[in-house]
Design a protein around this ligand. Sequence first.
Ligand code: FCB
Length: 474
Amino acid sequence: MTTHGSPDYRDSGLEFPDDFLLGSATASYQIEGAVAEDGRGPSIWDTFSHTPGSVVMGDTGDIADDHYHRLDEDLDMMKGLGLEAYRFSIAWPRIVPTGFGAINQAGIDFYSRLVDGLIARGIKPIATLYHWDLPQPLEDAGGWPNRDTAYRFAEYAAVIGQALGDRVETWTTLNEPWCSAYLGYGSGVHAPGRTNGADALAAVHHLNLAHGLALTELRKVVTNDPDFSVTLNLHVVRPGADNAGDAVRRIDALANRAFTGPMLRGEYPADLLADTVGITDWAFVLPGDLEAINQSIDVLGVNYYSTATVRPWDGVSPKQSADGHGRSVGSPWPGSEDVEFIAQSGPYTEMGWNIAPDGLEDLLVSLHEQFPAQPLMVTENGAAFPDVLEDGQVRDADRIDYLRRHFTAAHRAMERGVDLRGYQVWSLMDNFEWAYGYTKRFGIVYVDYETLERTVKDSGRWYAELVRTHRIPA
Ligand code: FCB
């Protein structure tokens, strides 16, 4: 429904408001390294990445970008890019190494230095409490399908909230609980690599509960009036056939409304419960849970990369599963195994994800229509491309084009009335891309994994100009 601008979303000059927060994002396990230092305990990603066959090339986060030891250099790099905000995550096993009980002051000190370093450079800290690095002992005790994990998370939130609750600008409870639940416990392509649909749905609920309980704890201890948020990877689901209406509805329920329902409306969608009745009776939802989960948040974080197209599977033809989440033993779509994710038209990023900026516009507008009073922020958007470092330069015109088109999409959504508060580009620097290891580069800064040297890519310079001018550069 675009009325003006370039038909392919390649606009320039579009201006964002002064208070529109422009920054970049990372996550602890993807960049920090130093996995056994200063008292950090093992997480499920340490275990998983060290399990042969789990990650491409056997890559692990043992060293990653060595950010833990290069904090000041990386802070200076952010300042050099002019970032207004930095979205990072806190490694739970640095703060509470065994998941419960003893607190590790050295871990708290690291994030305290990070937050102080950001503030000293005029960069707003956006802290995520959980970007997938569950302390291994909690997985050993049952992981996210076990209700206790939600209580342990709330305790950890109270500890870190107490320590940093005078300085953090935005607290995000969870990053993409969809991935934690369905990729971790359903398809098994992410840690801990379990493949059980009932476990995945129990994990969904306990992640939702963890979000609610953590917000309650954070609100008790913070002293600086921060924003509270959660980041979801909502799926933009397109119909791939005339009779695809029910497939779209089912996937929307599992992927999106399983989280927005309890968090923002205080209920699980009736159709989700009905669709999954053969897998679980949802008896793990206890009285009071929905009230605990359903709390107002200041901003809803939206991660967007591409779209999905579905239709009913005829049960005969080879089933397509182009959902962008990798090949797997188990299904990340419990109860919807008769839905087929069909190949979408390109162009594609190096992840094989289709480039579809209209999907971001549609997603933001749809969220605004569903939750009109809810401010939004793009907390991740970016792309992997096969970058080459040559003569000290990375000429990543493809990434600039991707970002230009998605910033245009965000701008169009704002023109259509969406209350969008900011945009955090994924990622500040190349890093450990989960099951793909170091084979996929998302950074606006290149990392040489031999020397760990950082080089700002062309996209980094382009983005720095966008941040400086608040306009999409030519
Ligand atoms: C998101 C994750 C982030 C990164 C990007 C590419 O799902 O939140 O850590 O891996 O995808």
